[in-house]
Ligand binder design. Sequence first.
Ligand SMILES: Cc1ncc(COP(=O)(O)O)c(C=O)c1O
Length: 427
Amino acid sequence: MGQASGQATSGTAMWNPFANMASLAGNAISIVGGKGSVVLDADGREYVDALASLWYCNVGYGRAELADAAAAQMRKIAGFQVFEYFSNPPAEALCRRIAELVPVPGAKVFLTPGGGSDAVDTAGKLARAYWRAVGEPGRQVIISRTHAYHGMNAYGTSLGGIPLLTEAFAPLVGQVEQVPWDDPGALEKTIEAIGDSRVAAFFCEPVIGAGGVYPPPAGYLSAVREICRGHDVLFVADEVITGFGRVGEWFASGRFGLEPDLITTAKGLSSGYLPIGAVIASQRVAEPFWRAGSSEVFRHGYTYSGHPAAAAVALANLDLIEREQLVQRVAGLEPVLAAALSPLSGHQLVSEVRSGTGLLAAVEIAEGARAADPAIGQRLVLAIRERGVITRLLRGVALQVSPPFVITEQEISRIVEAFAGGLDAVS
Ligand SMILES: Cc1ncc(COP(=O)(O)O)c(C=O)c1O
């Protein structure tokens, strides 16, 4: 069989997410090991991982007890479905544990099998199903924010506020609206223009993550929470990044007093040792489905919902976070990270350093520098990696900092030195 001209000849068959395979094929960095906040590539190079992989490896790499938890469960039974009337001990225990941790009284927990995208699609469908179940089927519109990232499944793609990631695919899910990320008044006006009787839910990352790490402007979250209450719109906190400790409390919903109707989680639930997520429903949302005598069924689920091995790993991960007091550790490191990054804001290529919500920060590249050299962001990522630190570019504008909770102050200094060195090198 002949090869079409121009076809990749690198020998790799792996098609990477978000990658230009024409240039990447054969050049990917193969990660083969890790310990704490450091990962190792196939050529023997070590890097401080300023990303915790993709915001998830909160307990750090190389935690044998999480591997042991998976192995022990797999020896009993690795997987079994939980559709309709099956259950298993790790899934039951995990749901109970999450319900106890979350600042939502009487919470019910719907486990999802993959990352946050599954949780977001589940929450979007549950919000609409809730309104049908309580006799208001007209409430179907879901509102999200500019800069929002809610994953890459259908709901997440449709609700996304990063045009480059949505435009090629829209429309997927209908009846979605978008409001500016920082303007409560715009949310209220939009709800009023659509009409209360048509709006199902507002999706909100308490701290915007992939859109560039934007902590909430002062008063923003309490204002939008109140607006949703006033118009009886469900408030959905997307805590896929912020859940399970990243902002120095178990949930950003607790830190910011959000009392959400639904919370989406994934990533930090298992620190990524196995994929698993959870949608947390308040009493109000669960009630029509759980009330004695109700015939309502949430007709939704995934083959691997409630996967016993993944649930066992998540439980062991939560144990570890509690035992090592890692949430308190994040709270303690919040000002350390902010103070360490702060001098970078004086660099000519930097317009802003955003920090101050746990171990979440971003270094924004000045607009002028990006206009003068559209490749500057990627050149920076490379220059920083050459200095032994892994970061990445968010929305084409800012460098991500979201290290594992076990990061040391010395490693934070290494991150900042590599950023400073990289900025000087590309200047
Ligand atoms: C806030 C938020 N929601 C949803 C998602 C989607 O999660 P996943 O990529 O694990 O499907 C992400 C991923 O980064 C996220 O940051």
